[in-house]
Design a protein around this ligand. Structure first.
Ligand code: ATP
Length: 460
């Protein structure tokens, strides 16, 4: 059995070794908690993003897309409450100087066995989890990154990198309402970078200061908000099971109780995943009422209400906000499908971990690999031509002729390629190739002329 810590270490090293995720700026000594998505990582991330867009935007008639800037008019962050409230409670240990999020320390204490729910816990009751030292009082630390527009760095030029993609949808609501949609309900979707000056980034790409989100603001008549919430919960569950293939036992849908919810939220569910480092948030779903549009209406002095053609009444719609972290989805997809077992080493010494990424084919960075059994022209030509014919149809495949066939299979297993096609001398006679299935480990012979159709059928 591989321990959770070991699993995380193996994943991080696999990601670097195989070109999924590298520590950023490594030649300059690195840059803490910043990562590059390498060739396979960027394919995986884009495949997840595209599957999400297909399911929730193109696959439905009631959601449309938006792409807003990262730096927008700073007034919007005042209106949204981010300048005042988008902060995390920070404490320092007076002895070892380590820094923590007070809410995380409280949560950890409350999860301990024997915790008495009746006795409210305060940070003053807690000691440093690392050294037992005394903690400072809480300071609130704003997470928005500040920058300056133009040549002078004075207050009138201050702007912010967006802390979430959601804001862009509220600010564009009036233009969308007036140009393309005037019937409720409808949703606006956006995928893009968000920035937070996190106090305690870490756990690989789980919490970084720059990350990607996929968010939808779904505008509804207030009376229809509770039902829309349920439908989006179903949608999020379907995404997790049908697209990411996440097992139920690794998920937890945490209903946030009244006293812990943001004051404007009528209902919030945190979707949590069992990471090797504990049960923690993956996604969020909230009924944000008319808070956001109300605040933007107040600060912009524009009428953001919607005219109900049936009643002639003007109302501010409610908003259901399902929010997905794209970077966190990459982490969860890798963790969920990384299969590790022990195999004999080639040298016959100690056992070594053998890793297979059992990614759903649709998400796999490489769909198929074409491998000539030997580096002989008559075999390499067939394999190369097959690879090129799939590439020209927009399917990402690889051609590999280096090393033993066993080593080439192992390499493809580690990057999650579902099918390997081997061209051998028999192929010259029977015009067939052998396809090896990554998970079933079956080998089947199929006609060269049918390879492209065979792959496309399975990607549907
Ligand atoms: P947390 O409690 O973990 O700080 P949050 O509740 O502040 O998260 P939201 O503001 O609801 O998170 O953000 C929506 C989603 O964006 C999260 O569910 C998560 O998937 C993702 N996300 C938020 N912060 C980060 C981060 N620093 N790094 C990577 N993904 C993040």
């Amino acid at each position: 059995m591989i321990s959770p810590e070991k699993k995380m270490d193996l994943l991080v090293s696999l990601c670097k070794r195989r070109g999924f995720i590298y520590p950023d700026s490594e030649i300059y000594g690195g840059f803490a908690n910043a990562f590059d998505y390498g060739p396979y990582g960027v394919e995986l991330k884009n495949n997840i993003r595209d599957a999400w867009w297909d399911m929730f935007v193109r696959g439905r008639g009631d959601v449309i897309g938006l792409d807003a800037p990262i730096i927008q008019n700073p007034k919007m962050w005042e209106a949204s409450g981010h300048l005042q409230n988008f902060s995390d409670p920070l404490v320092d240990c007076k002895r070892c100087k380590r820094r923590f999020r007070a809410d995380h320390l409280l949560e950890a204490k409350q999860a301990e066995p024997g915790y008495d729910k009746e006795k409210p816990l305060e940070i003053a009751d807690i000691k440093c989890p690392e050294c037992g030292g005394e903690l400072t009082d809480i300071r609130n630390f704003n997470l928005l990154f500040k920058t300056f527009i133009g040549v002078t760095e004075d207050v009138s030029n201050v702007a912010y990198l967006r802390g979430e993609t959601a804001g862009g949808m509220f600010v564009a609501w009036k233009n969308i309402r007036d140009s393309v949609r005037n019937k409720l309900p409808f949703g606006v979707a956006q995928v893009g970078k968000a920035f937070r000056n996190e106090i305690t980034p870490g756990n690989f790409i789980f919490r970084t200061r720059e990350f990607e989100q996929m968010e939808i603001e779904y505008f509804v008549k207030p009376a229809e908000a509770p039902q829309a919430f349920e439908l989006w919960l179903e949608g999020m569950k379907k995404w997790l099971s049908d697209v990411l293939h996440i097992k139920d036992e690794n998920l937890n849908f945490h209903e946030i109780p009244d006293e812990e919810r943001a004051f404007y939220s009528a209902r919030t569910i945190d979707v949590e995943y069992r990471y090797p480092f504990g049960l923690k948030e993956l996604y969020g779903l909230a009924n944000r009422t008319d808070y956001d549009l109300g605040r933007h209406q107040e600060y912009s002095k524009e009428d953001l209400r919607w005219l109900d053609p049936e009643t002639g009444e003007k109302i501010l719609p409610y908003v259901i906000e399902p929010s997905w972290g794209l970077s966190r989805t990459v982490l969860v997809t890798l963790l969920e499908h990384l299969d590790i077992d022990e195999a004999d080493t080639a040298e016959g010494g100690d056992k070594e971990p053998r890793m297979v990424l059992r990614l759903p084919p649709r998400l796999a960075p490489v769909k198929a690999a074409f491998l000539p059994l030997q580096k002989k022209d008559e075999l390499t030509t067939i394999a190369q031509e097959l690879a090129q014919s799939l590439r020209s149809e927009g399917i990402n495949v690889e051609y590999d002729e280096s090393g033993s066939i066993g080593k080439r299979y192992r390499r493809q297993d580690e990057v999650g390629t579902p099918w390997c096609f081997t061209v051998d001398f028999e192929s010259l006679e029977d015009k067939k190739v052998t396809v090896r299935d990554r998970d079933a480990m079956t080998q089947e012979r199929i006609a060269i002329a049918e390879v492209a159709g065979w792959i496309k059928d399975r990607l549907k």
